[in-house]
Design a protein. Structure first.
Length: 317
């Protein structure tokens, strides 16, 4: 079972290979067309170590994502004008909520990878499902875990589940941005061969062929661009229609993911699902987009607010 190709994607254990394979590549002096136009960064995936404790950039990316999301979520919760009549979580509740989301993302991401990407291998060695440090996380599984955590937390605290999911939608691109940058540093989740692309990269674990730096494409689209879109949506729409922002995020991520999948090499244990274009990432993003459309329609029709559908209000008057 390979742990080198995941979705949210854990670092490789053979870190030392990055150092020893950054010199000449096979054929580099014979064929200028395969020379990388952008050098692979000379960054050790291990940020620092304290005795036996090793801290990787990937772990710091998770930390930065959760910390940035927590700060933005607290600002959203403190902006009373954004919420209207919708129940608003307190900043103290946000402090608890981030713990729920972290657990949902990690557990959901791991189980999602097992089910969607490498079930056969884990059925043979089920105890390795617990070996999270060996790699294997799925964004779609992590998102499902965050959805469940949001609704359970909201129910226990007298809030609206879709409102809490709206907060997750605004903050999620922060984690996606840092996570994809860490993927690039680790030399994993590389792109498809692109010998003529001016910014192609030869990745240490992907052979001598220059490839698209698809991790950077994903950081830019799923992270930076989507975060800007979500901030604009908050400024225009506020948090007054539960589920609206979650729907916008779902559609935005699905579009960005499908776009980036055309540049990203599919996971080797799965490959292409159809022809030379359809990947598992595309397939999982289609229902996500449909759910986003439904959420937006329901929010626009007032079906998700604290009073329920308008017809229900009229009938109870």
């Amino acid at each position: 079972m390979s742990a080198s190709r995941n979705d949210l994607d854990a670092p490789h254990e053979a870190v030392h290979l990055i150092r020893c394979r950054r010199g000449k590549q096979p054929g580099a002096t014979r064929n200028r067309s395969v020379l990388p136009r952008m050098s692979f960064p000379d960054i050790d995936p291990i940020a620092f170590s304290l005795g036996p404790l090793v801290i990787r950039w990937y772990a710091l990316a998770y930390l930065a994502g959760f910390l940035g999301g927590w700060l933005v979520a607290r600002r959203l919760a403190g902006a009373e004008s954004l919420w209207g009549k919708v129940p608003r979580p307190s900043k103290e509740q946000i402090d608890d909520f981030i713990v729920w989301i972290a657990l949902g993302v990690i557990l959901g991401g791991r189980l999602g990878y097992v089910l969607f990407y490498d079930l056969g291998a884990y059925l043979g060695r089920p105890h390795e499902i617990l070996f999270v440090w060996q790699g294997g996380m799925s964004f779609h599984g992590g998102l499902l875990g965050a959805v469940i955590a949001s609704f359970v937390f909201a129910r226990r605290n007298g809030l609206i589940g879709l409102s809490m999911l709206d907060i997750v939608a605004v903050t999620a691109p922060i984690g996606l941005f840092f996570g994809r940058i860490a993927n690039f540093i680790n030399g994993e989740l590389w792109g498809r061969p692109a010998p003529d692309f001016p910014f192609a990269v030869i990745f240490p674990f992907a052979g001598p062929v220059p490839r698209y730096p698809s991790q950077l494409f994903e950081a830019a689209t799923q992270g930076l661009v989507l975060f800007i879109v979500m901030l604009i949506a908050v400024a225009v729409l506020g948090m007054r229609r539960p589920g609206m922002l979650a729907g916008i995020f779902a559609i935005g991520y699905a579009v960005a993911r499908v776009f980036c999948e055309f540049f990203r090499e599919p996971d080797p244990q799965i490959g292409f699902l159809m022809g030379e274009w359809l990947t598992m990432g595309m397939l999982l993003s289609l229902p996500l987009a449909l759910v986003g459309i439904v959420a937006i329609i329901a929010a626009r029709r007032g079906l998700t607010g604290p009073g329920g559908p308008p017809s229900a209000k009229a009938g109870s008057a």
